[in-house]
Design a protein around this ligand. Sequence first.
Ligand SMILES: O=C(O)CCC(=O)C(=O)O
Length: 223
Amino acid sequence: MTMYLCMVQCPHLVNTPHIGEELAMSLFAVNGHELLPTDGSAKLYEWVLGDTDPSVVMQELLDSVPWASQTITMFGKQYEEPRRTAWFGDEGASYTYSGITMTPHPWTPLLQSLRDVCEQNSGSAFNSVLLNLYRDGNDKMGWHADDEPELGTEPVIASLSLGATRKFRFRHRVTKEVVECELPTGSLVVMSGLSQKCWVHEVPRQKRVSTPRINLTFRKIQS
Ligand SMILES: O=C(O)CCC(=O)C(=O)O
């Protein structure tokens, strides 16, 4: 993840066709709800787990994942990340962000089946997943974009939420427009196109949230 001080060129001034309200409503169930007004896509699917009980999945992940606390480097200073993380994936799919390199744990059957769900909804293939554990509303993720070179130029990232509902925000890098939504358990956000180049995103602190949330962001590391 990269924190931003610079501006980038985004084609937000180019006319983007907007689909009508009614059509958007009718496409919602099948295609997800588009969150970004321009410059990339982030589609929210409210429920992707079918008959699966998300609390069972959540408990299995809480119990079985080797959650770790990472020390990251930002602007030359070291900080402990305000959440727990774990990285799983194909052999060799290592990921470097904020001064740390994560070597993947091998896929588990549960993570493979969650990957299948995300692949079916997004139409993209993934070879790795970053798991984030927000122990309560004090844990958070600051403004960043998932734009490391190993993710390629316009990555597709599928972000699955379990547990406590948390706010999720996008901020346009040039116009500073902010888009906010809530991510309930069992929901999926699929980010693609220019969404990492033109927007940053965050999970803000919410002190009133007292229960945990797990987020899984499926990614494709380019070899
Ligand atoms: O927890 C979330 O919903 C977002 C996680 C995220 O932004 C990331 O892993 O890069």
